[in-house]
Design a protein around this ligand. Structure first.
Ligand code: TRP
Length: 449
């Protein structure tokens, strides 16, 4: 239990590593299409509220739990919980990581295909309609999809099998700034497209009639997904932190970075959508149907596109690592498996579990689980909107009501403003759990707001 843990080398290194977990497909692929489906501006507004009132406080809570326990989630709840039932929150997190990674890798695989396509210049000179069609053709190719799914997972598994902390830190220090620069370029590019005005209006002008219980649940789920919360990923990252780090500032920085990237994703995609008469509610394919179009009116598009998709695969891998690490560290810490064995066995199990998601648009397209959604979307819906949010609710309750006073006050020893600490403590005890609970209850129809 007292083995020395590697620590992050610099505070910024840590912020970038945590941002590396947060920034991924959730920002550029998931956020725009969910926002597009649930009404644009109104959704974005609720999303921002969820980040501030729910995401930020829970991120602080997860980091604090991880740092004081110096253990992965299951161990952390066992050690700090003084009650064996809290372990279940850790298990729920392990299960969420398993499920999310199984389809996250499928999307990661789609991006790999787009590296290949853009490096071969296959998007060049095609009309938006043809580019849209190319994505649908990819979805009809079961072998290729399973192959890419396996490739993406192999990359993730390999990195996790070698141990994460130092490698990740170095990668992210380079990756995040470069990705940021490229996104900025793309955003500016999109702002000059003919549909820019309409796209930006769609994204930022709330139409309050579009706020429904379903949209509120999705916005909250998206906040958990995008910030990597609700399953203990940030507990793991916090366990590599030393006592001198100011958790409140670090968490705020991660939330801001993540939100900027998501909003940039929207500002890149919606102008293209409105320039070419595509549908904002195109679903999971939205990113893939619009991005190549955005590149087509950029000078040097082929090179920039290839570089962009490569960077995005890395951003996705750094997120996938944090999902896998939660599951793997459970087997290492609690079952005493070696890291290599744990990484490859878990990786293989996730591969198998993810195959039906890869096939859900072709061989298994008639199989529906929840509300007529295919396997892929059903797993995503269940994991994001229920597993993560319930996990987050329990983490908030644990932190607010069951952590010892001494542990809570670790928040104040490193220059944290006492006033901010008190606000956070109030929010994590009352506001956050109530907000999550209300959203869940009103969606299930138990209460109506
Ligand atoms: N946040 C990542 C993204 O936006 C995905 C992710 C990584 C994640 N770790 C997580 C989601 C933990 C939920 C929980 O792409």
């Amino acid at each position: 239990m007292n083995r020395p843990r590697e620590l992050w080398m610099t505070r910024i290194g840590f912020v970038f590593a945590a941002a590396g977990s947060a920034i991924g497909l959730g920002n550029l692929w998931r956020f725009p299409y969910i926002a597009g489906t649930y009404g644009g501006g109104a959704f974005v507004l609720i999303y921002l509220l969820a980040v501030i009132a729910i995401g930020l406080p829970i991120m602080v809570a997860e980091l604090l739990i991880g740092r004081s326990a110096q253990l992965s989630p299951v161990g952390a709840f066992t050690r700090l919980g003084k009650n064996k039932w809290w372990k279940i929150v850790g298990w729920l997190g392990v299960a969420s990581g398993f499920v999310i990674l199984s389809y996250y890798c499928v999307v990661g695989g789609w991006i790999i295909d787009y590296i290949v396509k853009s490096s071969l210049n296959l998007f060049h000179g095609r009309s938006p309609a043809e580019i849209e069609g190319m994505f649908d053709i990819l979805l009809k190719n079961p072998l290729l999809l399973v192959f890419y799914h396996a490739l993406f997972l192999l990359l993730t598994t390999y990195i996790v099998s070698r141990g994460i902390s130092m490698g990740i830190e170095r990668w992210n220090n380079i990756l995040i700034p470069v990705l940021f620069g490229l996104l900025l370029l793309l955003t500016i590019n999109s702002l000059f497209s003919p549909g820019a005005r309409e796209g930006i209006k769609f994204l930022f002008h709330p139409d309050f009639s579009k706020i429904t219980p379903a949209a509120i649940l999705e916005a909250m789920g998206q906040a958990f997904f995008s910030l990597s919360l609700g399953m203990g990923a940030m507990i793991t990252y916090g366990s590599y932190l030393d006592r001198d780090t100011n958790l409140m500032n670090s968490a705020a920085e991660v939330c801001v970075l993540d939100t900027i990237v998501a909003l940039m994703g929207g500002m890149i995609i919606f102008p293209v959508v409105f320039s070419y008469g595509l549908a904002p509610s195109a679903g999971p394919g939205l990113f893939f149907k619009t991005l190549p179009v955005a590149f087509s009116f950029l000078p040097g598009g082929r090179l920039v596109a290839t570089l962009f998709f490569i960077l995005l695969v890395f951003a996705a891998v750094t997120s996938a690592i944090s999902l896998l690490e939660v599951v793997v560290s459970y087997f290492i810490d609690e079952r005493k498996w070696g890291r290599k064995k744990a990484a490859f066995l878990v990786g293989f199990a996730i591969f198998l579990f993810g195959v039906p998601s890869a096939l859900s648009s072709n061989l298994l397209k008639d199989v529906t689980l929840l509300k007529g959604m295919n396997i892929f979307s059903s797993l995503d819906f269940l994991a994001t909107n229920y597993m993560l949010t319930i996990g987050g609710l329990l983490i908030a309750l644990f932190c607010g009501w069951f952590l010892s006073r001494k542990t809570m006050e670790e928040m104040t020893i490193n220059g944290n403003n006492l006033f901010l600490y008190r606000i956070w403590r109030f929010v994590i005890r009352y506001i956050t759990p109530l907000a999550v609970l209300l959203v869940l209850l009103q969606k299930t129809g138990i209460i109506a707001i």
